[in-house]
Design a protein around this ligand. Structure first.
Ligand SMILES: NC(=O)c1ccc[n+]([C@@H]2O[C@H](COP(=O)([O-])OP(=O)(O)OC[C@H]3O[C@@H](n4cnc5c(N)ncnc54)[C@H](OP(=O)(O)O)[C@@H]3O)[C@@H](O)[C@H]2O)c1
Length: 372
């Protein structure tokens, strides 16, 4: 809708005014990120793929990624989600591609004070998700936590991280004290303002006992039309205890964009070649067909439906679609202005769940019955 309005204005007024008007038309709304108190844009920016990531993502054009970051901030976005491991390269393991590109953007634009930056500490044993039987001493020893915080500050070229998240978690870690003392020390040194956990995929309650400590301000969780289980316990907990919810993988890695079908094939070495197996793509076709029946007057596209579904939950502070393309930044940031979905549409969307869990095959102790 805003695009049409901009087009009409383009025809009527000189370019310089259009830019100013374009800011006003694409209105971004802000929510409080739980007890951090930070005011974050409803549409955040997932930066996993912006600088490619060996074995996961390829094909990013780093110049377009830089322009996309800049456009996102111009359009009112202020929450960047990155991780020390994003942009990994086995030939240069000291490289932190995503953080470094964000650092470059901040240096070039001088906009450090306009954005909140969240990064993540990867597990020292490099295992996703955190397995039940593996102790925290192998995953997040104090020296590793300290080392990654320092590395992230250096890569991003900033003094303080607004939010640092553990990149996997296992609720049994709550019994150990070393990580608690370590994050306290780092906070007091002024290196990190707030702490969060990016919880294991499809285990939305594998953090609740840890949240009871009060040391963690935010949870990053997969939450999308297909995976709605966070609404059962995690979101009510977050509301009661003022925990900021960051909704990741909102577009099901592209499955909820309508651009991926049973004819789609990913290059070997892309993680989506495993995520979207031919069998799963056939299933996806059927789910997308059902969702497309809900597109009409209220919502014009599938990505809009997916993002607005998430933002229709007040417990969510920000949704972080992964974006490498300028056009995706422009369309995704615009959904904030469109507001929540009608009750009728939400009722329909609640029927569209498609719960999946890859992990019991990898670690039998991760079967859904373990926690939920
Ligand atoms: N364990 C963890 O902590 C963890 C795991 C996964 C993700 N994350 C975080 O969550 C973020 C989001 O997840 P994700 O990037 O994996 O998946 P996602 O956001 O569900 O999907 C990203 C895909 O959707 C495409 N896309 C975005 N907007 C679109 C639009 N309007 N129309 C069509 N296609 C669109 C992107 O294309 P382009 O890239 O070509 O623009 C990309 O291929 C990550 O970037 C990362 O910050 C965290």
């Amino acid at each position: 809708m805003w695009k049409n309005s901009v087009q009409k204005i383009h025809n009527a007024v000189p370019t310089v005014a259009i830019i100013a008007l374009e800011y006003r038309i694409t209105c971004m709304n802000y929510r409080t990120l739980g007890k951090t108190g930070l005011k974050v844009s409803e549409v955040g920016y997932g930066t996993w793929a912006i600088a490619n990531d060996e074995g996961c993502w390829s094909g990013a054009d780093l110049n377009e990624s830089l322009k996309s970051l800049s456009r996102y901030v111009e359009l009112g976005g202020n929450f960047l989600d990155t991780a020390s491991i994003y942009g990994f390269s086995s030939t240069n393991p000291c490289q932190h591609g995503s953080e470094e590109l964000i650092g470059k953007f901040l240096r070039q634009s001088g906009k450090r004070d306009k954005v909140h930056i969240a990064s993540k500490i990867y597990p020292k044993n490099m295992k996703w998700p955190a397995w039940r039987a593996v102790p925290i001493s192998e995953v997040f020893p104090a020296s590793h936590i300290e080392h990654i915080v320092n590395e992230s500050l250096r890569s991003l070229n900033i003094e303080t991280l607004d939010l640092m998240q553990f990149h996997v978690w296992q609720d049994d870690f709550v019994k150990e004290d070393e990580w608690k003392k370590t994050i306290d020390r780092i906070t007091k040194a002024g290196k990190v303002k707030h702490w969060g956990i990016s919880i294991n995929d499809y285990q939305p309650t594998n953090c609740l006992r840890t949240l009871d400590t009060g040391l963690i301000s935010t949870i990053q969780t997969i939450f999308n039309i297909f995976h709605q289980r966070p609404t059962e316990k995690l979101l009510p907990y977050a509301k009661e205890h003022n925990i900021g919810i960051i909704a990741r993988v909102p577009l099901d890695e592209g499955g909820l964009t309508g651009n991926i079908t049973s004819a789609t094939r990913f290059n070997k070495g892309e993680f989506r070649a495993d995520y979207f197996t031919p069998e799963r793509l056939l299933e996806l076709d059927k789910h997308v067909l059902e969702l497309e029946k809900l597109i009409g007057n209220e919502v014009k596209t599938l990505p809009e439906l997916a993002l607005r579904f998430i933002l229709s939950h007040d417990e969510v502070s920000t949704v972080i679609p992964g974006m490498r393309k300028l056009k995706n930044v422009e369309t995704n940031t615009a959904v904030s202005d469109a507001g929540k979905l009608s009750q009728e549409l939400m009722t329909e969307l609640k029927k569209q769940t498609w719960e999946r869990n890859f992990y019991p095959d990898v670690d039998p102790s991760m079967a859904p019955s373990y926690l939920e």
